[in-house]
Ligand binder design. Structure first.
Ligand SMILES: [Ca+2]
Ligand SMILES: [Ca+2]
Ligand SMILES: [Ca+2]
Ligand SMILES: [Ca+2]
Length: 322
């Protein structure tokens, strides 16, 4: 997602000084309420899903040899009037979003957002989590079919980087949706140096702007736009960002799929050493001067256990007293 990351960086740099912040007379227009936009976006997405279908027959097979596993979406009309709408095929997941994730000043917490997704072809390989790195192809579109970003050849993406907090850096829904899709088989290297991945996962996701860029308009993406991402998940690597021995996903302590709201020593970090390091980026999670890697135990088979020396229910690596 080089382009999207570039876009994210640009958004980060531009946030607060873009044209869209200036109203008549240069006054700042405050962002809209997350709760209000979530409902509005959901209605737009549901209408889209009711009135569109995808090439499900091609995926259901028999698969023709030249089929490229691309998802094609069209309106239900004319000769396609009898197609099954996407709404009857998608799966939905409700994700609670806090205003801090999007860098909003008006505090709103646990605002439900529905992510809709579809996996026409599940991959044959392992399943990434929102904390992992994936090699993937993707296309990003608006509901009106405008393509705003794509990588057709494939790119390694660090999924938690895509859900990083702050104005303009979001698109949490992309990481959440990708985590439902399994990767493919072992890559096959061709004589010309290119490679193929058999059995890669194919998915598409539809997300409200609260799981995307919310009020940050940029390029072809207007503020408060629902987003569609079609993705091919080719390969994945289980990540341990801080290399403390604990796979990053196990440092999502509250298990909500959001990596930046788990920070054992947050109070101290706020007081003494900004910026904040969430646990998955912190190699001494409790800031007791003993590295996390020395406060956990990993056996010869790679199984991790978390000793609790003083038996207070808090494992040593998150206990500054032991
Ligand atoms: Ca979390
Ligand atoms: Ca920390
Ligand atoms: Ca850590
Ligand atoms: Ca400790």
């Amino acid at each position: 997602m080089k382009k999207l990351l570039g876009l994210l960086l640009a958004l980060g740099l531009l946030s607060g000084c873009g044209d869209d912040d200036g109203g008549p007379g240069g006054q700042i227009i405050p962002p809209r309420l997350l709760s209000e936009v979530a409902l509005e976006n959901d209605a737009e997405i549901v209408e889209f899903l009711e009135t569109h279908f995808y090439n499900y027959e091609e995926f259901q097979g028999p698969i023709t040899p030249d089929f490229d596993f691309k998802i094609l979406i069209d309106t239900i009309a004319g000769e396609n009037a009898d197609r099954t709408p996407l709404l009857e095929q998608v799966i939905s997941k409700v994700i609670n979003v806090n205003s801090i994730e999007l860098g909003l000043s008006e505090e709103e917490n646990d605002i439900p957002h529905t992510l809709y997704y579809l996996i026409p072809r599940q991959g044959v390989g392992p399943n990434p989590s929102v904390a992992d790195s994936v090699f993937m192809r993707y296309t990003g579109k608006l509901l009106d079919d405008t393509e705003f970003d794509a990588s057709n050849t494939g790119v390694w993406l660090n999924l938690p980087g895509i859900q990083a907090p702050g104005a303009g850096s979001g698109a949490r829904g992309f990481a959440e949706g990708t985590a439902f899709i399994n990767s493919g088989g072992e890559p096959i290297i061709n004589p010309d140096g290119t490679f193929d991945v058999e059995g890669f996962g194919v998915g598409i996701m539809f997300m409200p702007s609260g799981l995307g860029f919310f009020n940050n308009s940029q390029g072809l993406i207007p503020a408060y736009s629902p987003l569609i991402f079609e993705v091919n998940v080719l390969a994945m690597i289980e990540a341990d960002h801080d290399q403390d021995g604990i796979p990053s996903i196990l440092e999502d302590l509250n298990g909500n799929g959001y990596m930046y709201d788990d920070n054992t020593d947050e109070a101290e970090e706020r007081e003494f050493r900004q910026p904040l390091f969430a646990d998955f980026l912190d190699l001494d999670d409790d800031n007791d001067g003993i590295r996390t890697s020395e406060e956990i135990s990993i056996d010869a088979d790679g199984n991790i256990t978390f000793p609790d020396s003083d038996g207070d229910g808090i494992p040593d690596y998150r206990d500054p007293d032991s």
